[in-house]
Write a protein that binds this ligand. Structure first.
Ligand code: GN1
Ligand code: MG
Length: 373
């Protein structure tokens, strides 16, 4: 059996040997999903049976304190495992992420070049998607993240580190955009003028949640902070949600950003970087299923003030994401991985089109949330 050990200049076999894996390394290959970390799928064998793992190199430019990220991940996964285990022990290694410790018992391995590596058990027989194709899927994902927040509600927030400070602070994101425009370091400002103008016209949106938070209306809770549909795994056979992944940005935050990012990714019928903007729209039916699913789980811990801000949360986070993609495009694509020229500008344009569609349908979203009670 030919085995692939060397990928991107990393010896995957050697790296995997740092972790507590009781099986023989067979091969590893790149997994292209995700805009930030490098991910490899590793196949080992035990008694002729393949056992797979996820090996990841944490992007330490985006996450300047990988130790804290891993401290959060360990705490969160252990807490979720305990919670899920008391409900039903069936399939525990599929229903939460399972970290494989290093031989020394640490949650990550630091190599000689200063790279941070971690290993998870690969969750088998699941699929993930970029786009919801049935309204019921929006409901399932809403429910899953509502449950996720509920299960973490009794974790003391001070135990979870804010690994990327001001992650959803739209005012700072706007400042970063203006800096990028002024510097024009990649010479791309002229080609992105319409997108820049849109951000300036709509700038009032980004502070709606920050202002409510500053007025003391919205409490901090432990949130996921990257609730895109891609981060939910569905069982291949039953279509049920199995697991929520990508716990790197679990931090104290507002539940609205989690809900809003679901609106962004579950209601749009296209990929994040769709070129045909006529296809990009906020599908109200998907929004309604998402809200019903989420509230079915989250209702018990939400306050009335919380409820008042869910209908506008989609446009807030979607505009912030658009600003971030646009800023990165202007800076020469130094943050989000791109697979083609102009991809970050394409991503930004999709977000702005979605914001427009959300603005057109805001009253309908507000009435629906109000009627949920
Ligand atoms: C990034 O790497 P990935 O795909 O999990 C980003 C999120 C964005 C998302 C947009 C740490 O997540 O904030 O919402 O892209 N993560 C970070 O697809 O910036
Ligand atoms: Mg992420």
């Amino acid at each position: 059996m030919g085995s692939v050990t060397e990928v991107n200049g990393f010896n995957l076999e050697k790296l995997v040997s740092q972790f507590q894996i009781v099986a023989e390394f067979e091969e590893g290959h790149v997994w292209t999903k995700g805009h930030i970390n490098d991910t490899y799928i590793i196949t080992c064998r035990q008694g002729g049976t393949p056992i797979r793992y996820i090996l990841q190199r944490i992007n330490h430019h985006v996450f300047p304190y990988p130790e804290l990220v891993m401290q959060n991940v360990k705490l969160t996964t252990e807490h979720l495992r305990k919670k899920i285990g008391t409900e039903d022990r069936h399939d525990l290694t599929r229903r939460t992420m399972t970290l494989v410790p290093t031989r020394g018992g640490a949650p990550y391995y630091r190599d000689r070049e200063g790279n941070y590596w971690r290993t998870y058990v690969f969750i088998e027989r699941v699929t993930s998607m970029h786009v919801a194709v049935l309204p019921a899927q929006a409901g399932q994902v809403g429910r899953a993240f509502g449950m996720f927040q509920k299960r973490l509600a009794d974790l003391p927030p001070e135990k979870v580190q804010e690994t990327i400070p001001d992650f959803h602070n739209g005012l700072l994101r706007l400042e970063a955009l203006e800096k990028a425009v002024a510097a024009d370091s990649a010479g791309r400002v002229a080609g992105a003028q319409a997108a820049i103008d849109f951000c300036r016209q709509q700038r009032g949106i980004v502070s709606l949640l920050l202002d409510a938070q500053a007025r003391g209306e919205l409490p901090l809770r432990i949130t996921h902070n990257d609730t895109k549909i891609d981060n939910v795994l569905f069982d291949t056979d039953s279509g049920e949600v199995v697991c929520i992944v990508d716990l790197d940005t679990v931090m104290p935050g507002l539940v609205h950003y989690d809900f809003g990012d679901m609106v962004r990714t579950l209601t749009s019928p296209t990929d994040e970087d769709e070129l045909d903007l006529t296809k990009v729209t906020m599908r109200l039916e998907y929004f309604e299923e998402l809200a019903k699913g989420y509230f079915a789980e989250a209702s018990e811990f939400l306050t009335q003030a919380d409820r008042d801000y869910f209908a506008i949360s989609g446009k807030v986070i979607t505009l912030i994401l658009g600003i971030r993609f646009l800023t990165d495009h202007l800076n020469g694509d130094t943050y989000f991985r791109v697979h083609r020229d102009g991809q970050n500008l394409d991503r930004a344009r999709v977000q702005f089109k979605l914001v427009e569609s959300m603005l057109e349908q805001e009253e309908a979203m507000k009435s629906f949330i109000a009627a949920l009670g």
